[in-house]
Design a protein around this ligand. Structure first.
Ligand code: C2E
Ligand code: CA
Ligand code: CA
Length: 697
């Protein structure tokens, strides 16, 4: 009975406690107040009625003294009518009060049970959320952790118990920038929440990048009760982002910043320099003859060198500087924080350039595959670099201008013989601009018929014409006649020389074919100059062969002049190409002999018909004993190998006499004839058979 009673009481009590803590409490208290009011009114009525009842009872007792015997309840009623009436009234009043109370609060009870259900469901959701994959912590108002979920503990490499009671400061990642957390808390205070990326410290010391949401918890009276934070591990996303960035902004071979990243850094440096009034330096570094290493030992060895050079650059540059690889064997170094004075800034940049230049000259240990690809062999390799230096930050200018200045300076270093440091020189830039313009014009020169061929006669010791050298000329519409000394290197650089060279070979073959029908000219040979770029074209042999077939020229009368530099490339391939061409019937001459990389070993291997003594030796022949000694040696070598020797640049009779005395076979030079038009040459040969008096200038 007691427990049966205790249950509803407990229920009511807990319901009271629950609603007291929330909004519906006000309704409940109002109901309770009504109940007390009704009960007090009822009691007043009861007291009033009980007085009346007592009086009526006493009156009835005196009246009914002589009445017959009645049941017990009647006797009781007779004896205590007022008490019984009072009791009945109390019961009635209480019942009524309770009914009114229940009626009035029926709605409240329904609300209470709904709220209870909702609270339970919220708690279940909160519990589920708390146990989710996302790390969660709940702290008190002073940011001390009260509870952490298992995901949070796993994220930090500890247990939930380890975290309980700890300050959130413990979560701070070691690489978090100073002031970051202060800003976060300021934002939480101001807006009630903050979301963003933070680094959290893992127990083993490394930082875990997290997407964090922090929300302040408020009480009903809007006071701060604590904070709740959620932490999602975003290491994978960060890694993916980093990989993408690495691919987009870094050179995979050397791991140096690539051109794209360098340009962005250059833009930033330019802006900063202009804002702060400081200067910045830039240098272009181009390795000298890097191609030779690649050709001789393969690209993997070349790659090793590029990696080692990158490492040296990174060791040399200062903390705020940047070394980047622009591509191939081109590197760039930027020094964004230099002095404000131009001289001082240039001195600082030149100092760095000197150190880099020196570092490149120190030898590198490279692994090369052995001949059979089995074991790596060590190669001690020494390289050099051509460096161009320029400053920026003086004026606001396009980045391309800055790059161009360093490039011009680097190009100047190459021109001056490589392995040098050159600072930007405005005069050099002007020359470069002119070269560029000329190079552009050259691309259309062939199609616009601006090229022509002159012929320079070659005679024997008896002044009899034996042949001629074909020399190209460019009749520029504005500049007039441009020397091949100027335009041939440009054509080689741009590759235009390939088509131009074909045109020369074809023109010479057409002339030979025409001469073949004239007995006075049919014996003449024609020599054409072939540049290395042209010769190394993979289908060079096929093209020459096709031209011979198409023109019908006798191949035995065509001679190709190549320079010694040609054998610097893959010697075996050069030799086999030369042999193929010799098999077609034509012959080879080594031009400017003695000025290049003369090597007797390759002389033996190449199928040569002729050597041409450079005009530099001929011009000094009669004045310099040394030159005479060289000419003698070349002639002796040619005789021993049974090949023709041609002296070019013969300008005086004394030179001619001396050359003939030394045993030179053929002569070419202004003394014999200048380069002239084909028709003019034909006239001279046909009418005079190159009689000495008539072919002289
Ligand atoms: P090179 O092959 O050594 O040609 C000889 C150069 O010496 C020619 O200059 C010629 O005019 C010049 N010369 C001839 N005799 C004398 C002389 O007695 N005194 C002086 N001072 N010079 C003399 P050019 O025609 O200006 O050609 C210069 C160079 O341009 C040539 O040197 C050759 O390397 C290149 N070149 C000319 N035509 C062609 C061509 O069709 N193809 C290629 N690849 N190069 C060419
Ligand atoms: Ca020549
Ligand atoms: Ca020559």
């Amino acid at each position: 009975m007691c427990t049966q009673l205790a249950c509803p009481v407990r229920w009511w009590w807990s319901a009271l406690q629950f609603v007291m803590a929330d909004q519906p409490a006000r309704h409940f208290l109002a109901g309770l107040r009504d109940l007390i009011r009704i009960m007090s009114k009822t009691l007043r009525w009861i007291i009033f009625l009980s007085c009346w009842g007592s009086a009526a009872g006493a009156l009835a007792a005196t009246n009914d003294r002589a009445a017959p015997q009645r049941p017990l309840w009647h006797a009781v009623w007779q004896a205590h009518p007022s008490e019984i009436a009072l009791a009945l009234l109390i019961v009635f009043a209480l019942g009524m009060s309770l009914a009114v109370f229940l009626w009035r609060n029926n709605r409240l009870l329904r609300d209470l049970s709904r709220i209870n259900r909702e609270a339970q469901s919220s708690l279940q959701i909160a519990a589920a959320a708390f146990n989710s994959e996302v790390g969660m912590i709940v702290t008190d108002g002073s940011a001390h952790i009260q509870r952490a979920n298992p995901a949070m503990a796993a994220l930090l490499g500890c247990t939930t118990e380890d975290l309980a009671g700890q300050s959130t400061h413990l979560l701070r990642g070691t690489s978090t920038a100073p002031g970051t957390l202060r800003k976060v808390w300021q934002s939480v205070q101001a807006d009630g929440r903050w979301q963003g990326e933070l680094l959290c410290r893992h127990r083993d010391g490394h930082d875990v990048p997290c997407m964090v949401t922090i929300a302040a918890l408020r009480t009903a009276s809007n006071g701060l009760s604590g904070y709740v934070g959620s932490f999602s591990d975003i290491s994978r996303q960060k890694k993916a982002q980093e990989d993408i960035r690495q691919l987009a902004y870094y050179d995979p071979l050397t791991e140096l910043p690539n051109r794209r990243m360098f340009l962005e850094a250059l833009r930033t440096a330019m802006r900063a320099a202009l804002q702060n009034g400081t200067l910045a330096g830039i240098m272009f570094i181009d390795l000298d003859h890097f191609k030779n290493l690649n050709d001789a030992h393969g690209h993997t060895v070349g790659d090793q060198l590029l990696r080692l050079i990158s490492q040296r650059l990174q060791l040399l540059i200062g903390p705020g500087d940047m070394a980047a690889r622009l591509g191939g064997d081109e590197f760039v170094v930027m020094m964004p924080h230099l002095d404000t004075g131009e001289d001082r800034a240039m001195a600082q940049t030149m100092d760095m350039a000197e150190r880099i230049h020196k570092a490149l000259l120190a030898s590198f240990e490279l692994d090369t595959p052995s001949r059979f690809g089995m074991h790596a062999q060590s190669l001690r390799y020494t390289c050099s670099g051509s460096i161009g230096v320029a400053l920026f930050g003086l004026v606001d200018e396009p980045l391309t201008e800055v790059l161009k200045r360093a490039d011009v300076a680097m190009y100047q270093s190459k021109q001056d013989g490589r392995n040098l440091i050159r600072r930007f020189d405005p005069i050099a830039q002007k020359a470069r601009n002119e070269r560029m313009a000329l190079s552009n014009d050259l691309n259309i020169a062939l199609h616009n018929g601006q090229l022509k061929l002159l012929y320079q006669l070659q005679v024997d010791a008896h002044n009899q014409a034996v042949g001629a050298e074909c020399l190209m000329r460019w009749q520029h519409p504005k500049r007039g006649m441009v020397s091949p000394v100027e335009f041939i290197p440009l054509a080689e650089e741009s590759g235009a020389i390939v088509a131009m060279g074909d045109w020369v070979v074809r023109s010479a073959c057409v002339t030979l074919a025409r001469w073949a029908t004239d007995p006075a000219l049919s014996h003449l040979t024609l020599s054409v100059n072939v540049s290395p770029r042209q010769f190394t074209e993979s289908d060079f042999v096929d093209r020459v062969s096709r031209i011979l077939t198409e023109t019908g020229a006798r191949s035995q009368l065509l001679r190709l002049e190549v320079t010694e530099g040609i054998v610097l490339q893959d010697t075996q391939e050069v030799i086999s190409k030369m042999r193929e061409l010799c098999a077609l019937g034509l012959s080879f001459s080594i031009d400017d002999f003695g000025t290049g990389y003369s090597s007797l070993s390759y002389m033996q291997m190449l199928p040569l018909a002729e050597l041409k003594i450079d005009k530099a030796f001929v011009s000094d022949l009669t004045t310099s004993e040394r030159s005479e000694a060289i000419v003698k040696a070349i002639i002796a070598l040619a005789h021993s190998m049974n090949i023709v020797i041609v002296s070019e640049g013969v300008e005086t009779q004394a030179q001619k006499d001396r050359l003939l005395a030394l045993g030179c076979t053929l002569l070419q030079g202004f003394l014999i004839a200048r380069p002239i038009e084909c028709g003019e040459l034909e006239r001279r040969v046909v009418s005079h058979h190159s009689a000495p008096a008539l072919v002289a200038p």
